[in-house]
Write a protein that binds this ligand. Structure first.
Ligand SMILES: [Zn+2]
Ligand SMILES: [Zn+2]
Length: 374
């Protein structure tokens, strides 16, 4: 199936409301309904395309999944699992993601035009999203961590059929395996899911005891995730093929790991840079000084403060920021001078400062009042 922009199919904007989507669908469905276009052999395809688009966009969950879609995948090649662990399917995940991606869902959901062959189409498993808490240092330097992922796997006892070992699901006698029952409603031929088999087309007489006939079991699977150096809070790392198992031989979904990075009490992240406020004494600021400044990675760096450094002045230590997750190199460390005024003075210090004040004999607010115009 060709991947099309579902919003374009319905002719709506990406941010369209559910009402807009429903209205657009109704209009298009009437216009392109095969019964109204008997002379146009392509009408049916177009109609199905519109239905499929509506099926996804009208369902908030599916719509969100579609919006987030495979296109937002972050950092190709990062975060691949290292161990093989519990095997999923033997299929190459990458080859299938585009084919089945979001569209896998539209089959098996009992669309009006559903046929037996469509319902049995392999469906890609759903994605799983979890978050992982990272220490400041681990996020900065990268870390390999193991996470417990709640996934649905194919039941090993019944191999996903849902029927007790030694038995097989059999064709539904009610719908003859079609999964749908048709009712003629005038203009629209309404198809509803078969009440006996629920649209599956098959019934299970003796359910598998292990999965209670579901064909799938919930499991907590340990997955090794490589967190690249320099990740920020809220980044999304894709681990291909580590989501829920696929249906009917389809490939597994992906695992998305959202990073939650602990804040540092001193270093504040700004993009790939870090900002640190460094206390500077009056004498250092006035006279100039060479000071030592801490780096986020644990080291220190020397910084030359020029004479006459003002409060809030910023200095850049190139390359002392966070490694860039995408691309080469690292961000910078921004050092912000914070002037420290003595809280207490002894007698001698007071005399010295007094002498300095007399020597300067200045009005530091003169300029301010001049600019105000008083
Ligand atoms: Zn089972
Ligand atoms: Zn049936």
């Amino acid at each position: 199936m060709e991947t099309k922009d579902l919003y374009k199919v319905l002719g709506v904007e990406k941010g369209a409301s559910q009402d807009d989507i429903r209205r657009a669908y109704r209009k298009l469905a009437r216009k392109h309904h095969p019964d109204a276009n008997r002379d146009d052999p392509k009408a049916e395809d177009r109609f199905k395309e519109i239905q499929s688009a509506y099926e996804i966009l009208s369902n908030p969950n599916k719509r969100r999944e579609y919006d987030e879609g495979p296109r937002t995948f972050f950092g190709q090649g990062t975060g691949r699992p290292e161990g093989t662990g519990a095997g999923t399917t033997g299929t190459t995940q990458a080859d299938f993601s585009d084919l089945f991606g979001t569209f896998g869902d539209i089959f098996g959901a009992g669309t009006a035009a559903g046929t037996r062959s469509q319902r049995n189409t392999a469906t890609r498993g759903k994605n799983v999203t979890i978050s992982v808490n990272l220490k400041f240092n681990d996020a900065l330097k990268g870390v390999t961590t193991r996470v417990a992922v709640p996934v649905e796997e194919v039941c090993g006892d019944c191999r996903g059929t849902g029927a007790a070992p030694g038995t097989m699901p059999r064709t539904c006698p009610e719908c003859g395996g079609l999964g749908t029952q048709s009712r003629d409603q005038g203009f629209f031929a309404l198809s509803t899911a078969c009440t006996r088999c629920g649209g599956e087309g098959t019934i299970i007489e003796k359910p598998c005891p292990k999965c209670a006939g579901q064909g799938r079991v919930k499991k907590s699977r340990n997955v090794t995730v490589k967190i690249p150096a320099g990740v920020r809070d809220g980044m999304k790392i894709r681990v291909p093929g580590r989501g829920h198992a696929g249906q009917k031989g389809g490939p597994a979904g992906d695992l998305f790991v959202i990073t939650k990075v602990a804040e540092h009490p001193v270093f504040k992240r700004r993009g790939d840079d870090f900002v640190v406020e460094v206390p500077v004494s009056f004498a250092e600021a006035a006279l100039g000084a060479e000071i030592r400044v801490p780096r986020p990675d644990g080291g220190t760096v020397k910084l030359r403060l020029p004479a006459g450094t003002q409060e809030g002045r910023q200095f850049k230590v190139r390359g002392a920021g966070a490694p860039k997750v995408r691309g080469e190199g690292s961000g910078d460390l921004i050092v912000r001078a914070k002037l420290v005024v003595p809280k207490k003075l002894n007698r001698r210090e007071r005399d010295i400062l007094q002498a300095l004040a007399e020597e300067r004999d200045e009005d530091v607010r003169e300029d301010l009042f001049r600019r105000v115009g008083t």
